[in-house]
Design a protein around this ligand. Structure first.
Ligand SMILES: CC(C)(COP(=O)(O)OP(=O)(O)OC[C@H]1O[C@@H](n2cnc3c(N)ncnc32)[C@H](O)[C@@H]1OP(=O)(O)O)[C@@H](O)C(=O)NCCC(=O)NCCS
Length: 171
């Protein structure tokens, strides 16, 4: 599902995903350097259109696109998993434009997502999974109040020696 509301921050804002954005999104999800700690595989343009159409009707997943406040440039995507769960929801994100990494945009996007969850989802806990080697992501989540609560063996995390952290944050 693509929420119709827009969440505004100083550096970035979150907006509804549009089908016209899919080619830009496909460039990012076709780049293994971006996806190795997200899905561990790349996707084609056709797969991305299929994903978009499935996502529209999926009430358990909420997808936002991340744009720069200054010039409306689309730079990434974030979302809420298991969005109808009454006690806890998950989150995930990526900044697809690699030239924009390390500028504080990911951290502000997570903060905006948390504000949205606090208002709309009525849950007390937010969880996420992150590769143990993904230091920038871990730092970004820590800055938003997340704490590691479990180190988990997962052979699928092939770019992280088969290990990921579970992190959580309470409201
Ligand atoms: C992870 C990601 C979302 C973070 O977004 P971002 O906008 O680049 O991150 P921010 O600039 O908000 O914060 C990154 C922090 O990590 C720090 N950092 C960067 N490299 C680091 C490293 N090797 N070790 C430790 N900290 C590091 C930065 O200094 C910054 O912290 P600071 O503000 O205290 O200096 C983004 O880099 C990304 O999309 N990466 C590829 C996809 C991905 O890994 N997604 C997450 C999957 S769980």
């Amino acid at each position: 599902m693509f929420p119709s509301i827009s969440c505004r921050g100083e550096k970035v804002y979150l907006r509804q995903a549009r089908e016209a954005d899919v080619p830009t999104l496909a460039q990012w999800v076709g780049d293994m350097e971006i996806m190795k700690h997200v899905t561990m595989r790349t996707f084609t343009l056709e797969e991305e259109y299929m994903w978009f159409r499935e996502m529209k009707d999926n009430a358990d997943e909420r997808v936002f696109f991340i744009c720069l406040s200054g010039n409306d440039e689309l730079i990434g995507s974030c979302g809420i998993h298991d969005a109808r769960n009454p006690t806890a929801v998950g989150i995930g994100l990526f900044i697809g434009d690699r030239t924009q990494w390390g500028m504080g945009y990911g951290t502000e996007a997570v903060q905006l997502l948390l504000d949205h969850i606090r208002k709309e989802c009525c849950v007390s806990r937010v969880w996420l999974r992150v590769d143990t080697v993904n230091r920038p992501a871990i730092r970004c989540y820590e800055k938003c109040g997340f704490k590691i609560y479990e180190r988990h063996k997962n052979p699928e995390r092939i770019f992280s020696n088969g290990e990921e952290y579970f992190m959580e944050r309470f409201f």
